[in-house]
Design a protein around this ligand. Structure first.
Ligand SMILES: Cc1cc2nc3c(=O)[nH]c(=O)nc-3n(C[C@H](O)[C@H](O)[C@H](O)COP(=O)(O)OP(=O)(O)OC[C@H]3O[C@@H](n4cnc5c(N)ncnc54)[C@H](O)[C@@H]3O)c2cc1C
Length: 350
């Protein structure tokens, strides 16, 4: 039976596993975190559910739409309300001409990863980080360490390997791979293609308030990229996320602000983000949140896509790639589609 190893259980890695479920293969997905879903991540506190990575997934892609209409449909909710814009001066304007559905689940966008995991036949090993790769003859050796069990380090052999971590992490893994001989220039080209993709850093700050203000929009996005905030959204617009009478804002400062404050303490980041938000919304109540949750995303959104022709050459060494940086778009649906396409390519070949 063909053995396929997938590194990363985000939308791309699980999309690949999903596409491989109908072939006679043993698929193992490695995920270093406790939860699957990657940057489609959800936190829960008290009675609140809130998406701390991707805010929602669009379905303006045919393949993703089909999945959302079928196996992934259960529990899916559409976010209520439009996205408005604001500029560098904090002036808010109506609409940005985007009426696509903004989908999440009643229990959060991380459910997307859970559903893909359930519907694939793959073995998903969470809290298991891939720490080394080696090419031995015609197979890959994948070395891993387990966060929950220090004694559970080991390796597996695979006929094909799929790498889905963000481009910098993929470049790092490949650069250190024990992979010499005739393939060496291929390895260097692949490392360069991945390393060429830079990512923006983002902080995601959830701010909970014990009261709610009715507003005519779901979210505000900074249109000129010159404000210290990039995004403010209201989780209460997602059915099932926030109890009546409460409010939970997800605030994403700009990439510059996020990079600058990345190592600051959580409570400092939360207070500053809340102050900027209160000023933007012109709402003094927003200075006083009653709890906050700060999430750091070092590699949040790719600035570009990798050279597809170079990545395709990995096929000669049974090496495949998927992810937002492969799709060239920092979006959940693009990552998922990339994973599905990669899985299908592998299914055809093995
Ligand atoms: C703050 C923020 C807001 C966003 N907003 C939106 C939005 O509103 N809409 C939208 O569509 N998209 C949004 N995005 C982008 C979207 O989340 C990503 O483009 C998409 O989730 C990427 O999926 P992926 O599978 O390519 O990568 P990831 O989700 O990053 O998955 C890669 C996985 O690999 C794992 N991994 C890495 N290295 C290893 C290793 N060595 N061993 C094992 N596992 C490893 C990681 O833990 C991770 O789970 C946002 C992202 C962020 C951070």
């Amino acid at each position: 039976m063909t053995r396929i190893a997938v590194v990363g259980a985000g939308a791309a890695g699980l999309g690949a596993a999903y596409a491989l479920r109908d072939i006679d293969a043993e698929v193992t997905v490695f995920e270093r975190r406790e939860a699957v879903g990657g940057r489609a991540a959800t936190h829960r506190r008290d009675d609140c559910t809130y998406d701390v990575g991707a805010n929602y997934c669009k379905d303006d892609d045919e393949r993703v739409r089909d999945l959302f209409a079928g196996e992934l449909a259960d529990g899916l909710v559409d976010t209520e309300g439009p996205v408005w814009t604001f500029d560098a001066d904090g002036d808010i304007s109506e609409g940005r001409g985007d009426d696509a559905r903004k989908l999440t689940y009643g229990d959060g966008l991380a459910t997307l990863g859970e559903r893909l995991r359930e519907t694939s036949d793959a073995t998903v090993r969470t809290e298991t980080e891939v720490t080394g790769l080696a090419r031995d003859a015609d197979e890959w050796r994948v070395e891993f360490e387990s966060a929950d069990d220090p004694l559970a380090a080991g390796d597996i052999r695979a006929d094909a390997l799929v790498l889905t971590p963000p481009a910098p992490a993929t470049a790092y893994l490949l650069d250190r791979a024990d992979w010499d001989g005739t393939d060496d220039s291929l390895r260097a080209d692949l490392v360069e293609a991945a390393a060429d993709v830079s990512y923006r850093t983002l902080l995601s700050v959830a701010l909970h308030y014990p009261q709610r203000t009715d507003l005519p929009y779901y979210a505000l996005v900074n249109s000129d990229k010159n404000h210290e905030l990039g995004w403010v959204s209201r989780e209460e617009c997602k059915p099932g996320h926030v109890p009546e009478g409460e409010s939970l804002l997800v605030v994403q400062p700009s990439p510059e602000w996020s990079r600058h404050r990345y190592d600051d303490a959580d409570d400092e980041i939360a207070v500053q983000a809340a102050d900027l938000t209160a000023e933007l919304l012109g709402d003094p109540d927003r200075y006083q949140f009653d709890w906050a949750d700060v999430v750091r995303w070092r590699d949040a959104l790719p600035d570009s896509g990798a050279d597809a022709d170079v990545l395709d050459r990995g096929t000669d060494a049974d090496l495949f790639f998927a992810g937002d940086w492969v799709a060239g778009e920092g979006r959940v649906h693009a990552a998922l589609r990339s994973g599905l396409e990669t899985g299908e390519r592998i299914a055809e070949r093995y």
